[in-house]
Design a protein around this ligand. Structure first.
Ligand code: GLU
Length: 494
C-alpha cells in the first residue's frame, strides 16, 4: 500500500518546536515508504488567524530541511503557491467540497440542521453542569422534519449542521504509539460540522480532506486523541476506510509544565534567529520522544529516515531540555566543514554590521575557526569575535594589568612584543610564529606566561575573556596586531 502522511497546521501562530517534530515524524514516515507527504493549511477558524503564520510555517519547515513536494509552499517572491493534484490544500479554498459532503451526510440521515441559538445552548450547558451531567448538545433538533427545516430556513434563521453521533456503543482504534484506545459513544457530542457562516469545523474538514487527499497515516499531537472517535464516526458514515493514527505526546519544559509561548518557549523561527543549525534542531526534536535504542545520538535526516520507527516513540511527555539542544548545536558546529559553517554563520555576522566579504574576509574565516569549538550558536560566534572587526576597542587600561602582575611589567611586555613583531619578519604570519616570538619575549624578560599573555590578549581583544592571543594575532594580521599593541601601550602610559 502506498503511504501518504500530512502535516496540517492551523495558521494561528508561528511554527512551534512541537509542530516541527510532528511534521518531521510525518515526513520521515512517508520518506521511509517512498510515499507522499503533504502540507495542508487548516484555516477554518477565521478568528484565530494570525497574519504571516502560513509564511512562517513554510519558511521554518524549509529551513529545517523538510521538503514539501505536495501542498502549500511559498515561491521566491514570497507568494503562496500550491503543488499537487489533490488541492487546493488551503481549507478556506475548499468550502464547496465540505458543503457537498455535508449534503451527503444529510441525505444519509447522519447529519441534521440545528437552529438552536447560542442562548439556548448556554442554558442547556448550565443545566447539565448543575445536574453534574456531561455537557454537550441535547439533540433537540435531531427530530426536525424536512418541512420544519425548510420553514426555519425560509424565516432566515441561522443554523449549523451537526453530525448525529451514535448514542451507544464504543469506538475503538489501535494507535501506533498508544495501542488500543476506546471511547464511549454516548459521551461524544453531536459535533458541529458546518458553522453558521458556512465554514466547516476542524473535525469535518480534517476527515473530508484526509480522505480526499489519500492520507493513510495521521500523525498528530495527543491533544487530538479524544477527537478521534468523532473522526472515525464520520469515516463510518461516509463508508470510507479510516487512516492509521499515531498521537504524539506533548513536550514539557524543565519544570514539567506544558510548553507554551507564555512560558518563554520559542518558535522554530526564534531558534533560527538565535543561531541554531537546522541539523541540530532536527536531531534534537527527533530525540524528543524517540531514540534508536542504543547510545547513538547524532543523526542526520537521512539517518533518521533509515532508523526511525513508531515502535520506539514514547507515550510519556518528552522533556524539552535546552542544555541538550545547546549540546547538539555545538556538536553540529564541529561537524560541518569550516566553509559550510562560515556560510551558515555569515548572516549573523552581517547582522552585527560586519562586512565579511570585504577586506576582513580572511579575518572572518579565522573567527569562525576560532569559535567553532567554543561558541554554542552562530549568534554567539559573531558576538564573541566582533572585537576582531572593530577599528577601535574600548576597554579600561587597568584590564591590561594581570592580577598577579603590575603596570610596569605590562608596559614592558607590550613594548617588547611590539618591537619583536615589528622587526621580526616571517614568510607567513600565523599563530605558531606569533607564539614562538611571544615565548622568546618571555625568556628574554624572564617572565612567566601569565605576565606576557594576559596584557597581550587584552590589548588584542579588549576583553577579559576571549580566545588565546596567538589565534587572535593570527586572525588580525601583523599590522593590526602591532596597532593594537601600540594602543594598549599608550593606554598604560597615559
Ligand atoms: N489543524 C490541526 C492543528 O493545528 C491539525 C490536527 C491534525 O493533524 O489533525 O493541530
Amino acid at each position: 500500500m502506498s503511504i501518504t502522511t500530512r502535516f496540517a497546521p492551523s495558521p494561528t501562530g508561528f511554527l512551534h518546536v512541537g509542530g516541527l517534530r510532528t511534521a518531521l515524524y510525518a515526513y520521515i514516515h512517508a520518506a521511509q515508504n517512498n510515499g507522499r507527504f503533504i502540507l495542508r493549511i487548516e484555516d477554518t477558524d477565521k478568528e484565530r488567524f494570525v497574519a504571516g503564520a502560513l509564511e512562517d510555517i513554510v519558511a521554518s519547515l524549509s529551513w529545517a530541511g523538510i521538503p514539501i513536494l505536495e501542498g502549500v509552499g511559498v515561491d521566491k517572491q514570497g507568494v503562496v503557491v500550491q503543488n499537487g493534484s489533490a488541492g487546493p490544500y488551503i481549507q478556506s479554498q475548499r468550502l464547496a467540497v465540505y458543503e457537498d459532503h455535508a449534503q451527503v451526510l444529510l441525505a444519509k440521515g447522519h447529519a441534521y440542521h440545528c437552529f438552536c441559538t447560542k442562548e439556548r445552548l448556554d442554558e442547556v450547558r448550565t443545566l447539565q453542569q448543575l445536574q453534574k451531567q456531561p455537557t454537550g448538545y441535547d439533540g433537540l433538533c435531531r427530530g426536525l422534519s424536512q418541512e420544519e427545516v425548510k420553514e426555519k430556513k425560509a424565516q432566515g434563521m441561522s443554523y449549523v449542521i451537526r453530525m448525529h453521533m451514535p448514542d451507544s456503543g464504543t469506538t475503538s482504534f489501535t494507535d501506533s504509539i498508544r495501542g488500543e484506545v476506546s471511547f464511549e459513544n454516548a459521551l461524544i457530542d453531536d459535533q458541529v460540522l458546518i458553522k453558521t457562516d458556512g465554514f466547516p469545523t476542524y473535525h469535518f474538514a480534517v476527515v473530508v480532506d484526509d480522505h480526499l487527499m489519500g492520507v493513510t497515516h495521521v500523525i498528530r499531537g495527543e491533544e487530538w486523541i479524544s477527537s478521534t472517535p468523532k473522526h472515525l464516526a464520520l469515516y463510518a458514515m461516509f463508508d470510507w476506510e479510516p487512516p492509521t493514527y499515531a498521537h504524539l505526546s506533548l513536550f514539557v519544559n524543565a519544570d514539567k509544565q506544558k510548553m507554551s509561548k507564555r512560558h518563554g518557549d520559542v518558535s522554530v523561527g526564534d531558534f533560527r534567529r538565535a543561531g541554531y543549525l537546522p541539523e541540530a534542531l532536527i536531531n534534537f526534536v527527533a530525540f524528543l520522544g524517540w531514540n534508536p535504542g542504543d547510545e547513538r545520538e547524532i543523526f542526520t535526516l537521512p539517518d533518521l529516515i533509515q532508523e526511525f520507527s513508531f515502535d520506539r516513540v514514547q507515550k510519556t511527555a518528552a522533556v524539552f531540555n535546552r542544555e541538550k539542544l545547546d549540546w547538539y548545536n555545538k556538536e553540529w558546529m564541529k561537524r560541518l566543514s569550516l566553509k559550510e559553517l562560515a556560510d551558515r554563520a555569515q548572516p549573523f555576522f552581517a547582522a552585527l554590521g560586519i562586512d565579511v566579504e570585504g577586506e576582513h574576509a580572511g579575518r572572518f574565516l579565522q573567527a569562525v575557526a576560532m569559535e567553532r569549538e567554543r561558541a554554542t550558536t552562530c549568534v554567539e560566534m559573531a558576538e564573541h569575535t566582533m572585537f576582531l572587526f572593530e577599528d577601535t576597542l574600548s576597554y579600561d587600561a587597568a584590564l591590561l594589568v594581570w592580577k598577579k602582575s603590575d603596570k610596569e611589567t605590562a608596559k614592558k611586555v607590550l613594548a617588547t612584543l611590539l618591537h619583536t613583531y615589528s622587526v621580526q619578519h616571517a614568510d607567513e604570519w600565523n599563530a605558531l610564529f606569533v607564539q614562538a616570538q611571544a615565548e622568546h619575549v618571555m625568556t628574554m624578560l624572564g617572565l612567566d606566561r601569565g605576565h606576557v599573555l594576559w596584557p597581550m590578549r587584552v590589548a588584542l581583544s579588549g576583553k577579559e575573556h576571549s580566545p588565546g592571543p596567538f589565534e587572535i594575532a593570527a586572525a588580525l594580521g601583523r599590522e593590526a596586531t602591532c596597532a593594537r599593541l601600540t594602543v594598549g601601550l599608550h593606554a598604560l602610559e597615559a
